[in-house]
Design a binder for this molecule. Structure first.
Ligand code: 5GP
Ligand code: ZN
Length: 114
């Protein structure tokens, strides 16, 4: 499958990888919108949250577990962070491989929806 995040997660395309385990990979966003902007993805391809079979939803726990580890590793666990998942067209998702935006490094403004 010709998917950019599959290629990054498998190491086929080089990226600034910050974390990797058996099921999850995390790398820096190409166009950061915060001092720290990391994308956390499952290594297995799913288009979006809506594409994950109910009996495979444990991957969401795996992603959140990885986020905790990354926050500790990168040192923003104490001051906090924001996680965003854009799901589908109306959610503003542009890359069709499920990913969580992990944003940190400053006090973010109240969530704005436009
Ligand atoms: P979405 O709008 O789908 O939630 O977010 C996609 C994100 O992927 C955007 O923040 C965009 O900057 C980032 N992005 C798109 N292409 C690449 C790429 O090739 N490499 C990396 N590291 N980030 C990318
Ligand atoms: Zn993919």
């Amino acid at each position: 499958m010709d998917c950019i995040f599959c290629k990054i997660a498998s190491g086929e395309i080089p990226s600034s990888m910050v974390y990797e385990d058996e099921k999850v990979a995390a790398f820096r966003d190409l166009s950061p919108v915060a001092p720290q902007h990391i994308l956390v993805v499952p290594k297995k391809h799913y288009d979006s949250l809506e594409d994950i079979p109910m009996d495979e939803m444990d991957i969401i726990s795996d992603i959140h577990r990885a986020i905790r580890k990354i926050a500790e590793q990168e040192g923003f666990n104490e001051d906090g962070y924001r996680i965003i998942n854009n799901c589908g067209k109306n959610g503003g998702q542009e890359v069709p491989h499920i990913h969580y935006h992990l944003l940190a490094g400053k006090k973010l403004t109240k969530l704005v929806v436009d």
